[in-house]
Design a protein around this ligand. Structure first.
Ligand code: C2E
Ligand code: MG
Ligand code: MG
Ligand code: MG
Length: 280
């Protein structure tokens, strides 16, 4: 019986593995084409002052408009991009797009910074150059403070000499750093101990429960207290309701982002939103 099961199991197993590998290869080649044919776009989501709802920063979020017109979210392609190394080229592209976006903002918005998500593999690769990023900003006459690099604990965990040198170099040059999805990994606290972040982004899984579960409320409050003790500004992710905004303010959180204030939109739509907000 064992033999039989094994045979069937094995057959099924190899087939699905093969299918997975094929699917992955297909996405990799589609991503290459996407880079060549300019199918990527960067969307921007407002990060606001929770009290006044004024836009103070933005987060850059990658979007893929496939040739058939379908808009694909990062969850469907970032991992494959990381595994294949394509993320380095994609990440450099996002970085340059964001810099151009910053340049295009009106002078009245020159205090707005943009958060860029960076993957562990990106910083781990010798094909990624921190110096190029610094030079690029200098050439554009943009302050490095306008870029906030959002990294997850995962990146911090995979810290080797190359990664930490890169982070130190960028930090020294004035880039700011945010620890993203805070509280979801198992090394959150050591990540904070080993590196000076500027922002702490409280994961949306806490925000979404803050009105319902007292544990989440207590945890968020503790994160904020800890953050301010370490000189970090806390940003609540995934704020969707007015009630959540109120509770966040009550527990001392001053900055947030979420559908309540605005979904990620194209650069042009973000600019329109800014204009309307400042004129109204
Ligand atoms: P993240 O950095 O934690 O980004 C926040 C995610 O939450 C975004 O998903 C955003 O659209 C979503 N979000 C914002 N407000 C709300 C809300 O009120 N409710 C809910 N349910 N969701 C909200 P998105 O754009 O699908 O991105 C997912 C993840 O993909 C990002 O998570 C980030 O880790 C990664 N990612 C996005 N762009 C890039 C990129 O350019 N490079 C890299 N390496 N990763 C990226
Ligand atoms: Mg992020
Ligand atoms: Mg996040
Ligand atoms: Mg996330």
């Amino acid at each position: 019986a064992v033999k039989n099961q094994g045979r069937n199991g094995f057959h099924y197993f190899t087939q699905s593995l093969q299918e997975l590998a094929d699917r992955k290869m297909k996405i990799i080649s589609e991503l290459r084409t996407a880079l060549q044919e300019n199918q990527f776009d960067v969307f921007y989501q407002p990060i606001v002052d929770l009290k006044t709802k004024e836009v103070i920063h933005a987060e850059a979020l990658l979007r893929w408009r496939r040739h058939d017109g379908v808009l694909i979210l990062p969850e469907h392609f970032i991992e494959v991009a990381e595994d294949s190394g394509l993320i380095i080229e994609m990440g450099d592209w996002v970085f340059r797009q964001v810099c151009q976006f910053l340049l295009s903002l009106p002078a009245s918005a020159n205090n707005i910074s943009v958060g860029i998500n960076v993957s562990a593999t990106q910083f781990n690769s010798n094909k990624h150059s921190a110096l190029n990023w610094i030079e690029y900003l200098h050439e554009l006459n943009l302050s490095t403070e306008r870029v906030i690099l959002e990294i997850t604990e995962h990146t911090m965990m995979n810290q080797n000499a190359r990664v930490s040198q890169k982070i130190a170099l960028l930090h020294e040059a004035g880039f700011r750093f945010a620890i993203d999805d805070f509280g979801t990994g198992y090394s959150s606290l050591s990540a904070l101990r080993n590196f000076n972040f500027d922002f702490l982004k409280i994961d949306s899984s806490f925000t979404s429960q803050i009105g319902r579960a007292s544990a989440d409320r207590a945890l968020v409050q503790a994160m904020i207290t800890m953050g301010s003790g370490l000189n970090l500004q806390s940003i609540a992710e995934g704020v969707e309701t007015e009630e959540q905004r109120q509770i966040l303010l009550d527990v001392g959180c001053q900055i947030g982002q979420g559908y309540l204030f605005g979904r990620p939109v194209s650069g042009a739509d973000f600019q329109k939103h800014l204009k309307e907000a400042s004129s109204g």
